[in-house]
Write a protein of this length. Structure first.
Length: 267
């Protein structure tokens, strides 16, 4: 039934964000590329699920749709083939790059990095949401509803807390005014990342202490890449580079693996 699964809310909110971005931010989004992303993710998920599970009923189409919406929100390209490459790579990573039932990489993030590395027309616009405060309230409100049910608020809090502290220390060291500090933190894309990408329960550590350590490491690497190597897409590269650390932290701190089915039954 609709909205019994937590991912149904995630799909609804991400779809609303996509419509909101098109309607209020005047993004140069081409509807055909969104269709390509969704169709390619669903088709790839269906084919690989049938091949791996030999006709199992649960094809994981919710997960594929969430990945497609994430790609549509964050990735830009001039040609549909680039979007298709990102979508196939994103879904394929879930089946190939995994340890047990866990993904090594966040699928959408893996697709974005693949497109940036291997195509000539892909880019990510971290500032596409601008810095309007009401976007942040909207994201925190909707994202908070999902994280409360999934139980991954600690990851978001650790990432944003560590990153904001580092930015505050740098701001004080350089003697800048606090409006500069707020300017660097009030980014819709940063908040979206913290709420919906760095908290993916299938690709982050299982134990709470592991999630906190992992999120803080990503925040530190993001800070370094952004401020000292001047990488505008630092958060995506940091998540990609440190994704395998999640597997090591699971070995260090043992905890039950996350299950969408279990969460659905609990709800």
């Amino acid at each position: 039934m609709l909205f019994q699964d937590i991912r149904d809310y995630q799909i609804l909110f991400l779809s609303l964000f996509l419509c909101l971005g098109i309607g209020t931010r005047d993004w140069t989004l081409r509807p055909e590329l969104i269709i390509v992303a969704i169709a390619t993710c669903l088709l790839t998920q269906g084919m690989l699920s049938l091949f791996r599970d030999q006709g199992v009923k649960a094809l994981g189409l919710r997960s594929a749709l969430i990945t497609a919406l994430g790609l549509s929100l964050l990735l830009r390209a001039d040609h549909w083939t680039t979007i298709a490459i990102a979508a196939v790579s994103a879904i394929g990573s879930k089946f190939v790059l995994r340890v047990g039932d866990k993904h090594v990489f966040n699928p959408a993030n893996f697709g974005i990095i693949t497109a940036l590395l291997f195509t000539a027309d892909a880019w990510v616009s971290p500032g596409q949401w601008g810095e309007d405060w009401w976007y942040g309230l909207l994201f925190f409100g909707t994202g908070g509803m999902i994280l409360q049910r999934v139980g991954r608020w600690d990851t978001t809090a650790a990432f944003l807390g560590c990153y904001s502290l580092l930015e505050a220390m740098r701001n004080l060291w350089l003697g800048w005014t606090w409006d500069v500090y707020l300017h660097r933190l009030m980014s819709g894309s940063l908040i979206l990342f913290a709420l919906f990408m760095v908290t993916d329960p299938r690709s982050i550590p299982n134990a709470p202490i592991g999630r906190i350590v992992w999120a803080m490491c990503i925040a530190i690497l993001t800070f370094i890449l952004r401020n000292y190597l001047f990488v505008p897409t630092a958060v995506f590269w940091a998540l990609f580079m440190l994704a395998p650390l999640s597997i090591l932290l699971d070995l260090l701190w043992l905890a039950p693996e996350f299950s969408w089915r279990q969460k659905q039954e609990e709800g």
